[in-house]
Write a protein that binds this ligand. Sequence first.
Ligand SMILES: Nc1ncnc2c1ncn2[C@@H]1O[C@H](COP(=O)(O)OP(=O)(O)OP(=O)(O)O)[C@@H](O)[C@H]1O
Ligand SMILES: [Mg+2]
Length: 351
Amino acid sequence: MTTDELEQLLARQPVALLHRLARGRVHRHFRAGKRRLIELLLQHSSQNRAGLESDLQALLEVRQSRPEPGGRPTHTPTPSTRKQLPAQAPIPAVMEPAISLTSWLEGIGVPTPQPFVPDPWQLEALSAVGETDVVISVPTGSGKTYVAVEAARRAMEDNRTVIYTSPLKALSNTKYAEFSRLFGSEKVGILTGDRQENGQAPLLIMTTEILRNLLYDAASGEIDVRLDTLGLVILDESQYLADPERGVVWEETIIFCPSQARLLLLSASIGNPQDIADWLTSIRPTTCRLVRHSKRTVPLRAGYLHPNGKLTPLFRTLGIPYGHPSQLHPEAKRLFSEYEEETLPAGRPRR
Ligand SMILES: Nc1ncnc2c1ncn2[C@@H]1O[C@H](COP(=O)(O)OP(=O)(O)OP(=O)(O)O)[C@@H](O)[C@H]1O
Ligand SMILES: [Mg+2]
C-alpha cells in the first residue's frame, strides 16, 4: 500500500477506529481531530509501517464482523450494494457495546478483610516525618489518615504535643471521635468555634482557623504552654492553601508554626506540590520532603443520577475516558435530554 492509499483508507474510517489505531502509537491522540490524527498516524507509520497496516486490517475485520446495534451485521459494501447506499451515508462509529448498569455496579461493596499492610508511600512519609517537614500529595481515599495517626502516636510516645487541623468543624468532630477511639478519650481534645473539650490533652484537634489564632496569640507574647512542647502539626486537606479566600489561613499557620515542631501537610492531589514543599523549605528551619503517589487505590467510576432517581453509567466504558465526550453512555444522553426538555425554558435551543 502506498502512503497515499494508506492516507485515503484512513480518511474513510470513523474517527473512533483511528483513535483505537492510535493507542500506544500517538501520545495524547484523544486530543486530536480526525485530520490531525491521520497526519500523526502517517508520521508514526515510518517507524513500523507493517505493524500499523496489520493493526488497521485487524480493526477493519472486527468492524465488518460486528453486528450493528439493530442486530444486522455491518459489512463493507460490495460494488453492488454500494450503489444502493445514499452517497453521504454516515459511517457508524466503531465502539464497544456500552457497559450495562449491572457491570458498572459490579465489585462495589465491602471487600473481604485482609491484614493491613502499609503502602510504600505511607512508610516513606512516616520515616521522613521524624526528620523533616513533609508534604503528602496523594489521591482522595489513599490512606492519609494512617500516616497522620502513626506520626501522632510516635510524637506522643516522645512526650510531644500534637495538633491536627481540618478545614471543617464537622470533620474535626469526626476526627475527634475517631482519634478518641484509637488513643483513648483522655489523650484527645477538641477546640473549634463550637466545642472546647479536654484542652490540655496531648493530641488536639482543631480547625485551621483556631490554630492560626493560637499562633497569632503566641506571636504577640501570650505563649500557650502547649506550644512549647509542640512536636507535630498535621494540616489535613491542605490543598486549601490554594483557596482564594481561606488559603491565607493555611499560609499564616505555616509561617507562624513554631520552629521545633514538624509540619505534616496532607493533601489530595494538587497541581504543584513541589512548589509548596520548596516554599516550606525556604521559610522553615528544616527541609521539606514531598511524598507523592498518583495511582488511585479505588478507581473512580462516573455515573449520572437523574433527579427522578434513575441511575446510569455516565460513559460507555467502566473507566473514565478523559477527553472523549463522544463516549457518553446512550442512557445518560437520553436522561440528559429528558432533563433538558423538562427544565429548559421554552424557546431555548436544545443541544
Ligand atoms: N495501606 C492500606 N491498605 C489498605 N487500605 C488502606 C491502607 N491505608 C488506608 N487504607 C484504607 O483506605 C481508606 C481511606 O483512607 P483515608 O480516609 O485515610 O483516606 P484519605 O487519603 O485521608 O482520603 P481523603 O482525601 O478522602 O481524606 C480507609 O478505609 C483506610 O482504612
Ligand atoms: Mg483524609
